[in-house]
Design a protein around this ligand. Structure first.
Ligand code: DX5
Ligand code: ZN
Length: 228
């Protein structure tokens, strides 16, 4: 875990697109370029795909000091909060489309890790607004969750504007993260719209040099922000 505040925008590689037989290597490869790793946990029920659980985070933890940001795409994330925290997660993000969101956020906060809330492309900002006081990370899904390599949905950036307005007005220290379809064509526009952290899976691990890919995406994001 790092305590220094990064200079946003930064890139957070999603290991969903890495070679699952060599996950520690994948994390190692991008470490010179970023210290924020995105971990996609899918349960085969909330989304039609099955991926990473706490056991994988526990195995990775001794290999990296990077911030492990765990995105839970699960129907019952409440049963996974404690196992993920014990495994070494630094942040846990849950979906607002579920029930008992307030209780889940409290459980995450009480466990001592950063609290994340996410919402699907067709869920309005008004659904997450009541929880803005309780979270450290707001994750904008710019694809429908379930799979890497999907096409960026640009309309999601309108919600980033709404959230920025809220953040300014209430002076809240929330990290805006965007997840899905981030690549060389979309990184600049996401950063320009106000996203602090850009999750990128296939654009990083589908590249012959993941570390260079992170650096290139970060450059594009920083150039996008500078256009403002
Ligand atoms: C989608 C996941 C994303 C995904 C992003 O359900 O939450 O984190 O890995 O992958 P790309 O960057 O390939 O869209
Ligand atoms: Zn994700």
């Amino acid at each position: 875990m790092t305590n220094t505040q990064p200079q946003y925008p930064i890139i957070s590689p999603s290991i969903l697109s890495a070679d699952f037989a060599h996950l520690a290597n994948a994390v190692d490869e991008v470490t010179p370029a970023t210290s924020r790793i995105h971990v996609d946990c899918m349960d085969g029920h909330f989304v039609p795909n099955l991926t990473i659980g706490p056991a994988v985070v526990k195995s990775l933890r001794p290999y990296t000091k990077s911030y492990l940001d765990c995105h839970l795409m699960c129907s019952k994330p409440e049963i996974l909060i404690e196992p993920f925290v014990e495994a070494g997660a630094d942040a846990i993000t849950v979906h607002v489309e579920l029930e008992n969101v307030g209780e889940m956020l409290k459980k995450i906060k009480d466990s001592g890790v950063d609290v994340g809330l996410t919402f699907n492309p067709d869920t309005p900002f008004s659904a997450v607004e009541p929880y803005m006081e309780d979270i450290d990370i707001l994750l904008f899904m710019s694809v429908f969750p379930g799979f890497g390599g999907q096409k960026f949905i640009p309309e999601v950036l309108n919600k980033v504007s709404e959230a920025l307005e809220y953040r300014r007005k209430h002076n809240r220290d929330i990290v805006f993260t965007i997840d899905g379809g981030i690549n060389k064509e979309t990184a600049a526009q996401a950063a320009k719209a106000g996203c602090d952290v850009l999750v990128a899976g296939s654009a990083v691990f589908g590249s012959p040099n993941p570390c260079v890919a992170v650096k290139e995406l970060e450059e594009l994001a920083k150039a996008g922000l500078a256009e403002n």
